[in-house]
Each structure stands twice: as C-alpha cells, then as structure tokens.
Design a protein around this ligand. Structure first.
Ligand code: DGL
Length: 273
C-alpha cells in the first residue's frame, strides 16, 4: 500500500524528501494541487474543498495513510477531514513552534507562514499554549510561495523581498526561525544570510514523519523490513518508489520527472545547511 503526501504545490516535497530518508522501504504518492496553488491566500471554505478532493483521490489510490504536507491545509482542514475519513490515518504538518520555544534560550522566535496559517486559530492557540515568555512573532510571507512555484529559489528579488519583510524586526534578538510553510524550505540559504549568524532554522517535517511512523507501526502497517530500499531519490526516475501527480494528473514524462529530482537535490542541499 502507498503513503499519500500532498500540498498545494512543490512545498510538500519537503515532507516527501524527509519521509524517503526516514522510511526508505515505503511507496509514496506525491500530489501537488497546482491548479489551486496558493492555498495561503484563499478562503477557509475553498481550501477545505480542495483538501477534501485530494484526500478522496488518495483514498482511491490505496493509501494506508495520508500526510497533509501543507501547514495551511492542516490548520484549516485537518480536523474536519479526520472526522470525515475516519478509517484513514491523516497526519498534518504544523509549524514547529514548541521545539523552537524550548530551544530558544530566551532569544526571540520568528514564525514565518502563509497569511491563512497566521490568522488561523490553530496556530494562535498553539502560540498561546507554549509562549509563556512572549518570545514569538508571526510573519506572513505569501510571495515566497509564488517564487517557489516558478522555481526562483535564489535571486535578487527573493533577497529584496525577505530583507524588506524582516526589516520591521530587531533581528539581533532572534535565535530561532520556524519555517511554518513547506514551500519556505527551498529558501533556507537566503534566510541564513539574512538572519543573525547561529539562528536555528526548524520546520515540522521530521516531527510529522516520526508521527506517521508511530501511527503506521501501531497499526502494524509499516513496510516490510526486507522490502526494496528507495533511499536514493534518483531511483524514482524508474518510478520505483514515488508516483507524482499534479491536481490528479500523473506525471510520466522524463523531463517533468527530472524536474522533481532537481527539487530533491535542492532540498537535500538545504537540509544539509
Ligand atoms: N506549502 C503550504 C504550507 O505549508 C502552503 C502554500 C500555499 O499554497 O499558500 O502552508
């Protein structure tokens, strides 16, 4: 059986990449809902209906679990979807605010996310719960999703945009940067240049994959330990361990599959920073 991983776009590759590293014997279906990207500037109702359609698709694809690899979709739709698809484990990524606050050692914590995530009760409640010392600031960065979707990861325009957005904050006071949108991992090198040296960058992908593993293990549904290893994403050129879909349409041509491999290479570089 498959593990379904989806996002509004290529941001979900962050989660897929991490899952392939931590669960090399599993088979994945990756779904980018590019017909509807971005989610982060749409209404809650629109996002809920997009997410519903994707989860229905995943359920039809013989998925033993679905990961919402989109902080925005988790914030607005995860609870509703769990109630609707009660037999299907649904795991959702969330901004890693708690570990960031715990590790911050009194320094400020910047949480960057989409407008919808920033305005959702779910994130605001989480911050209220863990931020006793009032160290957390929330910042919307919607244009990073646009840049990512057009493959513009490093450019003067990206730097200018981020510099401008961050200029409203006393950056020397920050020790933690929470990447609260899966698209933002593609920009870690620019964030690293703009934030004070030693700023720790964290996102929810590792915690989410750990949670996925716990749930599958408890159901006895992890892939056979003797099964084929898919550790190297280059091998998915042969469609061994990941099938890629954009808004329900499977990607089969070599050029576009190579594009996904390039994104894995970029994410591996960002992961190792
Ligand atoms: N990648 C998504 C997230 O983690 C949202 C991007 C968007 O579609 O606005 O929130």
């Amino acid at each position: 059986m498959n593990i379904g991983i989806f996002d509004s776009g290529i941001g979900g590759m962050t989660l897929l990449h991490q899952a392939m590293l931590m669960m090399p014997r599993e088979k994945f279906i990756f779904y980018a809902d590019t017909d509807h990207v971005p989610y982060g500037t749409k209404s809650r109702e629109q996002v809920i209906s997009y997410v519903d359609a994707v989860i229905r698709f995943m359920a039809e694809q013989d998925c033993k679990a679905v990961v919402i690899a989109c902080n925005t979709a988790t914030a607005v739709a995860a609870e509703q979807m769990r109630a609707k698809y009660a037999d299907l484990p649904i795991i959702g990524i969330e901004p890693a605010v708690k570990p960031a606050v715990e590790e911050s050692d009194g320094k400020r914590v910047m949480v960057v996310a989409t407008p919808l995530t920033v305005h959702e009760k779910k994130l605001q409640n989480l911050v209220e719960r863990v931020d006793d010392a009032h160290l957390v600031d929330l910042l919307e960065l919607p244009r990073l999703v646009e840049f990512a979707e057009r493959g513009e990861f490093v450019s003067d325009e990206v730097t200018r945009y981020l510099k401008n957005k961050l200029s409203a904050y006393p950056l020397e006071k920050y020790g933690e940067l929470v990447l609260g949108c899966t698209h933002f991992n593609f920009f870690k090198d620019t964030f690293q240049k703009l934030m004070p040296s030693g700023t720790h960058m964290i996102d929810g992908s590792q915690g989410t994959v750990r949670q996925l593993m716990r749930i599958l293990e408890a159901k006895g549904a992890l892939a056979d330990k003797e099964g084929n290893m898919c550790r190297d994403w280059e091998r998915n050129k042969n469609d061994i361990c990941v099938r890629y879909f954009v808004s329900g349409r499977e990607i089969l041509d070599a050029d576009r599959l190579n594009m996904f491999n390039d994104l894995h290479q970029r994410l591996e570089k960002m992961r190792c920073l």
